[in-house]
Design a protein around this ligand. Structure first.
Ligand SMILES: [Fe+2]
Length: 310
């Protein structure tokens, strides 16, 4: 087979014991991991005795979940899933519980099993736990775009204002009622038409100040460059809300960079049904959210985890 004729998301596709890894039909850089029904049922059965409080208090229990899942699949499973997250061509996949459960406790366990396949989640200061669950509703009086339903959530990376590395990001949909719109917006850095213009700009490697609003419970400021290199490839760190420019030149650069990404035709919307999660490499994927249509009974709950590679 001629490798150049292979699509971005076909290289790691395979059928293994208890699962299948397929190219996503909605994004040519994403995979879909499909677990067999029996695997999902066995997993939840075997971890029935573990609850979310134990997971919060006893960190090693989180790895036990991953081990239970891995033991139901072949040896290549973990390797393949990690390979996807590290692969510059793709760096992301979706997976779900296949409607076998709608119990939020099960969702916490499922997302934890997947995050610990890849690495270790960072402490989430907003929730005081290794994950955060948050709702988007009709009304909101918080201090960031995270819970504001009716405005577009601009493209960004996560972990900009924390000290630790944020290699990956996991988002799992718990529940959704009366929601129209609000899809995730995704942009792979290599699909952005104007990457070179901003990456080669003199401002690209300037250290900028990042500060979080009070709700994030992170008081310290950190310095970050907008671009940096990893494995000889450009990576990005950016969010419009938490970067504090010190002069007009920096402000102009950030403003133009954000508008360029917002106007990129490569930004795609992704529908994530309840019970499904997406994992992305946070170094070369940007994410955001479309606005919801107004509805007083709108309710959506998501879980997030962000962390380092093992
Ligand atoms: Fe985010």
């Amino acid at each position: 087979m001629n490798l150049s004729s292979v699509k971005q998301n076909e290289r790691i596709a395979k059928k293994g014991q208890g699962y299948q890894i397929k190219p996503s039909s909605v994004h040519e850089r994403l995979y879909v991991v499909e677990l067999e029904q029996q695997v999902i049922n066995c997993f939840f059965e075997e971890v029935r005795g573990i609850n979310s409080q134990q997971l919060e208090y006893i960190p090693y229990m989180r790895f036990i979940l991953t081990d239970k899942l891995s033991s139901l699949l072949d040896e290549d499973f973990q390797k393949s899933v990690r390979a996807i997250l590290h692969d510059r061509h793709t760096g992301g996949f979706t997976v779900g519980v296949n409607q076998q459960t709608t119990d939020p406790e099960d969702y916490v366990k499922f997302s934890t099993a997947f995050s610990h396949l890849i690495g270790i989640p960072n402490f989430d200061a907003m929730s005081g736990n290794y994950y955060a669950r948050f709702s988007v509703k009709h009304t909101d009086n918080s201090d960031s775009y995270l819970r504001q339903a009716y405005r577009l959530f601009t493209l960004h990376t996560d972990g900009t204002y924390v000290d630790e590395a944020t290699d990956w990001l996991l988002m799992m949909k718990f529940d959704e009622q009366n929601a129209v719109g609000g899809r995730s917006r995704l942009l792979h850095l290599d699909d952005w038409e104007e990457l070179d213009r901003f990456y080669k700009h003199p401002m690209a490697l300037q250290r900028l100040i990042y500060k979080a609003p009070p709700s994030k419970n992170v008081v310290k400021e950190v310095f970050r460059t907008t671009f940096y290199e990893q494995n000889n490839e450009p990576c990005i760190c950016f969010i419009d809300q938490f970067v504090h420019p010190e002069n007009l030149e920096q402000a102009n650069y950030l403003n133009e960079l954000s508008s360029s990404m917002e106007n990129s035709s490569a930004t795609k919307g992704l529908e994530l049904p309840s019970g499904e999660l997406i994992m992305l490499n946070n170094r070369f994927w940007l994410h955001g959210r479309e606005a919801f249509e107004e509805n007083t009974r709108l309710h959506r709950e998501l879980l997030r985890q962000r962390g380092r590679f093992a």
